[in-house]
Ligand binder design. Structure first.
Ligand code: DSN
Length: 416
């Protein structure tokens, strides 16, 4: 037997292999997902998982940290180089932890957060009432207009009324560029700090394919696994030493315990990929491919929120169609195309049903798919939606997709 787990836990071994098959034979188009590098997975599966290292490099509460100190130091140096900033904390376990730590560092309970409305493309951690960000702090929201774009004059107007301590600019479902400079002007005018959450677009930012939040944002948070294509995790960046010190304390001992050293090593390995010249080509292709999907779907009579995309994602609005985002998600899933249902501006359905579908290009670009393949896929999406209730059509499409996917294998094994 090749792996210990094969013998010790056959049930989980088989399920992990089933997931490998699913990833290889379907089309992964969830905008927040990607296929990370085998080298990143090797670091994640390494002996580093055994090590406790509370604290920060060379200032730990445990012995035996001489190697993990160097690893974390390298991850920090690479993050700073990549994002062109002065301070980086690479310990957040996730993007949500990163955001929570920033709030805990810089706000008092009941202080005010102004963020993008979840149903307009924001994120739970930008003040949603079901998240601690909306329960510990008073949260207020700006959104998009019916054209799907942010109206900055309106953001300024809301900020003037609310007078928040922190303004969050960032999103999980917005396909246009953010004007970080304008956000900073608004934040300055009300004496607020500006936090940029670039979880979705970080991989494009580091390739200069999306505006850089620095020097405008006081703090920048991100995940490392979306367009950045590294391991699952978070980071916090800033140019302000005082904020960096507060944020470090907020991550540890504030809200986290022992850092995940295997993931921090994997972040370092992922950053080294992001620093290579090839990364710029990847990021460029991610954007080109997202545009192709949007163009084909519009040609096929579908509405794309804001009329297109400037990044890796697009939001298909089904408000004018006789079916919901949930039904579209289900039909596409049955056809081997994985997306997620998503609310759209002017939403008339619940967040569990929705009138939209969010589609991303990052993962399939990692598989080496290009213009021809993305045109084929976008047409398949339109075909499936035209046969929304035809289970036979879905299963025939799934077979075609499986054949098509075989030309773009992503992993030959499940364990690294
Ligand atoms: N779950 C992520 C997304 O899909 O955008 C955000 O946390």
């Amino acid at each position: 037997m090749e792996y210990a787990i094969q013998q010790s836990d056959k049930e989980i071994f088989e399920l992990i292999n089933a997931e490998l098959h699913r990833q290889n034979t379907g089309l992964e188009m969830i905008a927040s997902e990607n296929f990370t590098f085998p080298s990143v997975m090797e670091a994640m599966g390494s002996v580093l998982t055994n090590k406790y290292a509370e604290g920060y490099p060379y200032k730990r509460y445990y012995g035996g940290c001489e190697f993990v100190d160097r690893i974390e130091e390298i991850a920090i140096q690479r993050a700073k180089k990549l994002f062109k900033c002065e301070f980086a904390n690479v310990q957040p376990h996730s993007g949500s932890q990163a955001n929570g730590a920033v709030y805990a560092a810089l706000l008092k309970p009941y202080d005010k957060i102004l963020g993008m409305d979840l149903s307009h493309g924001g994120h739970l951690t930008h003040g949603s009432k079901v998240s601690s960000s909306g329960q510990t702090y008073q949260s207020f929201f700006y959104g998009v207009e019916l054209d799907g774009k942010i109206n900055y004059d309106k953001v300024a107007y809301i900020a003037e009324i609310v007078k928040p301590q922190i303004i969050v600019c960032g999103f999980s479902a917005y396909s246009r560029e953010l004007d970080f400079k304008r956000f900073k002007e608004i934040a300055t005018s009300v004496n607020a700090l500006l936090m940029g959450d670039i979880a979705h677009v970080a991989g494009l930012v580091v390739a200069d394919e999306y505006p850089n939040p620095f020097p405008y944002c006081d703090i920048v948070t991100s995940t490392t696994h979306k367009t950045l294509r590294g391991p699952r995790g978070g980071i916090i960046l800033t140019n302000n030493e005082e904020l960096a010190s507060k944020i470090n304390k907020s991550i540890f001992p504030g809200i986290q315990g022992g850092p995940l050293m295997h993931v921090i090593a994997a972040k370092a390995v992922g950053f080294s990929e992001n620093l290579k010249p090839e990364w710029k080509i990847y990021a460029k292709n991610v954007k080109i491919n997202a545009k192709i999907i949007a163009e084909v779907l519009m040609q096929r009579g579908y509405n794309i929120v804001s009329g297109g995309t400037d990044n890796h994602l697009l939001l298909l609005s089904l408000l004018d169609k006789p079916f919901s985002g949930k039904e579209a998600d289900k039909a596409l899933g049955a056809s081997g195309i994985t997306v997620n249902k998503n609310t759209v501006p002017g939403e008339i359905r619940s967040p569990f049903v929705t009138s939209g579908v969010r589609i991303g290009s990052a993962a399939l670009t990692s598989r080496g798919m290009k213009e021809t393949e993305f045109k084929y896929i976008a047409n398949k999406i339109a075909d499936v939606l035209e046969h929304i209730n035809d289970a036979q059509f879905h299963s025939k499409t799934k077979q075609e997709i499986e054949e098509f996917s075989k030309n773009f294998p992503i992993y030959t094994k499940a364990f690294f």
